[in-house]
Design a protein around this ligand. Structure first.
Ligand code: SF4
Length: 212
């Protein structure tokens, strides 16, 4: 497999971005750049590039136990060949569902990448809109749409009624949060941590040199 892929981070297990305990892969680079995105550290394209073989070697030990794969970003479809290659490999190792978050419209994705979309179980499409309410599971704003494309997706997600969850992840000396926070949740987390003497910030604040 000679496929380069720009990755922001990976983690297992992730419980906040799909059914069960999942492998999470966050792609690096996003041309969409929605106002209010809390993942601004994922926008810069072309950084953290590795070979897919290297990525899959890291993911391999998690494939036996994982309930599925969540692909997020950044914008995965800014690297469509890498999405296709990663899914092709994953399908040989795990029978769970593959869920992908994209900021592009479903119509655009079906038009430009029908063979890749057809390999997904769950597609969550449309850009984040900070002006919209947030009442739907697994969506940052209510304009975003969940598409259940396969029987396993319907079985696992049709009646999904999950309380909003965030994962607190520890990677070496870094602590970070995965999931879809409610509006103002990050401000509240920063406020509580500050009250305990800890500084924290969302990636846009850190990129702007602001600490909470
Ligand atoms: S598509 Fe996702 S990563 Fe890109 S700007 Fe929008 S919310 Fe952020």
């Amino acid at each position: 497999m000679t496929q380069s892929i720009s990755i922001n981070r990976i983690h297992y297990p992730i419980h906040s971005l799909g059914f069960g305990a999942r492998v999470g892969v966050w792609f690096q680079g996003c041309q969409i750049q929605c106002p209010g995105c809390i993942s601004r550290d994922t926008w810069e394209p072309g950084t953290n590039a590795i070979q897919l073989d290297e990525l899959t070697q890291t993911l391999l030990p998690w494939t036996a136990a994982a309930d599925g794969l969540t692909i997020s970003g950044g914008e995965p479809f800014d690297q469509p060949d890498a999405v296709a290659a990663l899914m092709k490999w994953w399908r040989t190792k795990n029978g769970g569902d593959v869920l992908l978050f994209s900021g592009y419209s479903a119509e655009l994705l079906w038009d430009r990448y029908p063979e890749i979309v057809a390999q997904l179980d769950v597609l969550i499409s449309e850009p984040y809109d900070a002006k919209q309410p947030q009442t739907q599971p697994l969506r940052g704003s209510d304009n975003q749409r969940m598409h259940l494309l396969t029987p396993i997706a319907a079985q696992r997600y049709a009646n999904l009624d999950v309380a909003p969850t965030l994962d607190l992840c520890f990677d070496d000396d870094t602590v970070w949060i995965a999931g879809i926070p409610k509006p103002n949740a990050m401000a509240e987390i920063r406020r509580r941590l500050a009250a305990m003497g800890f500084a924290a910030g969302t990636s846009d604040q850190l990129l702007d040199g602001v600490r909470g």
